[in-house]
Design a protein. Structure first.
Length: 491
């Protein structure tokens, strides 16, 4: 009987069966589930690695959890029972934690248009064949892009909104490191109005304009030539000079704002022309005269003098010699001049700005501007004289397509010689900028302005009228002197 009792004790008390062990985990955690009839209080789970590091966890609800583990590491899980017992069945197992793909850096630079960004990242560890980046901003639906490599351009961001970008390597890899990035959708920042100059044949200076409504920390400028020359500079202002230039070689210069990827480029041909001086003479009421001195060969085909007035559209004057006239001369207007060679040879330097002085009041032929009354009206269909116009017909509001005239009425006498004069109709916008498309001149005989020799009244009709709705100012000049200033609207 004692033998039977001992056998029963051995089989039913001393031996305790483990029916199943299930291990799941990630790169830094293990979860062990144990299926057994043994009271949980008697069981302990031991997790150890090959270096002798181990930790113990009790069971709770048949589960033990180990955290803060190392990725890509083989762990041995062993069950231990307390008291005078021995475990049977599967009492141990091994598990390898997931490998970690570590994102060492996750950065961005501006893309190729407004609201675009180029994301770049570096990786340590295993990689998927294709990556996914998910991004979202407040008030917008989340989006994702799948791509290959370590760089991708996102082009649909709203300017001014803050976005969160998150990298995903797929279900088979666990990401660590810098896998998220926050940035604001921004405008594309480009250098503008690139200008080339040189103090000598062995250097090139690039000057440009920065956007007025953003702050650019620095600019990266590169100059490289067909002779192997390649230099880079990072500058905080808007000018960079490169030395050691061979004038017999051609060069390319490119500039990109910090944080941006899209450069602006300009080129320099071999044997460029270097402008040593560019002056503007303002001694004629009807025109400006530009003249310049240069080093190098005069260009085949002559010169092109490009100019804008108050930042408007560009006009061009062709010149065979180093001088050119610009018409009309508009008092108070700012002229921006740029020289080019008709042959396409690069011109270094050759930019200048000039602002005409404000006009004096017209005082020729004994005329007193203070005795003049000038009014606008819709041009009558039939022949008309200012003295016959009823004051109710005068207006400052016009419809698109109207012809506009000026009625001149004077209370003082003056001379009426048969002298040819130039009448300048300068149309400006509401900010005072000259609108070249609407500005025009007429050559008239002074006495013919005052029809029939009538010193009391005269008539003028604008050769050009604005074809866009807006507010305008007509500055009326005779031989560069102001006769009248009249505001009007077109709608």
């Amino acid at each position: 009987m004692a033998g039977l009792a001992g056998f029963w004790y051995y089989q039913n008390i001393y031996l305790q069966a483990i029916e199943k062990i299930l291990i799941t985990g990630t790169r830094d955690q293990l979860t062990v589930k144990v299926d057994s009839q043994i009271p949980e209080s008697k069981l302990t789970v031991i997790c150890s690695d090959s270096h002798g590091n181990s930790s113990r966890q009790p069971l709770s609800g048949g589960t033990a959890i180990f955290t803060d583990l190392s990725p890509s590491t083989v762990y041995t899980v062993q069950l231990d029972v307390s008291g005078f017992h021995k475990l049977t069945g599967k009492t141990s197992d091994v598990f390898t934690t997931d490998a970690t793909t570590n994102i060492l850096s996750f950065t961005s630079v501006g893309g190729t248009k407004d609201g675009s960004v180029v994301l770049n990242f570096t990786v340590e560890g295993d990689e998927p064949s294709r990556w996914t980046v998910r991004y979202a901003a407040e008030g917008e639906e989340a989006k994702e892009v799948t791509f290959e490599g370590h760089s991708v351009e996102i082009s649909d961001l709203s300017v001014g909104k803050m976005y969160t970008f998150t990298l995903d390597a797929g279900k088979d890899l666990t990401l660590g490191g810098q896998k998220t990035l926050q940035l604001m959708g921004s405008r594309l920042i480009l250098a503008d109005n690139l200008r080339l100059s040189a103090a000598s044949d062995s250097e090139i200076t690039l000057t440009w304009d920065a956007p007025g409504d953003v702050v650019v920390d620095s600019w990266d400028v590169r100059c490289y030539g067909d002779n192997g020359y390649d230099e880079r500079k990072t500058v905080t202002d808007t000018q960079a000079t490169f030395v050691g230039i061979d004038p017999s070689s051609s060069y390319t210069l490119e500039i990109v704002a910090s944080g941006m990827t899209k450069p602006v480029r300009t080129g320099v041909t071999a044997n460029p022309i270097r402008i040593e001086s560019l002056a503007v003479q303002d001694t004629d009421a009807r025109k400006l005269t530009a003249s310049w001195e240069f080093a190098g060969n005069a260009p085949k085909g002559g010169w092109l003098l490009l100019y804008t007035i108050d930042g408007g559209g560009q006009s061009v004057v062709k010149a065979d010699k180093a001088t050119a006239d610009i018409t009309p001369r508009i008092p108070g207007a700012k002229y921006s001049l740029t020289l080019q060679a008709a042959s396409g040879t690069s011109v270094l330097g050759g930019t200048q700005t000039y602002t005409c002085p404000a006009a004096a009041d017209f005082d020729q032929f004994g005329f007193d501007i203070h005795s003049l009354q000038a009014d606008l009206l819709v041009t009558p269909e039939d022949a008309w004289h200012a003295e016959d116009i009823d004051s109710a017909d005068f207006t400052t509001s016009f419809s698109l397509g109207d012809s506009i005239s000026v009625a001149l009425r004077n209370s003082e006498s003056f001379y009426l010689p048969g002298t040819e004069v130039e009448v300048l109709y300068a149309i400006r916008d509401s900010y005072g900028n000259v609108l070249s498309d609407y500005t025009s001149t007429q050559k008239l005989y002074w006495k013919n302005i005052w029809i029939g020799g009538n010193r009391q009244s005269g008539e003028l009709t604008l050769p050009k009228v604005p074809d866009q709705a807006g507010s305008y100012v007509l500055d009326l000049y005779i031989e560069g002197m102001q006769l009248a200033k009249l505001s009007f609207t077109v709608g």
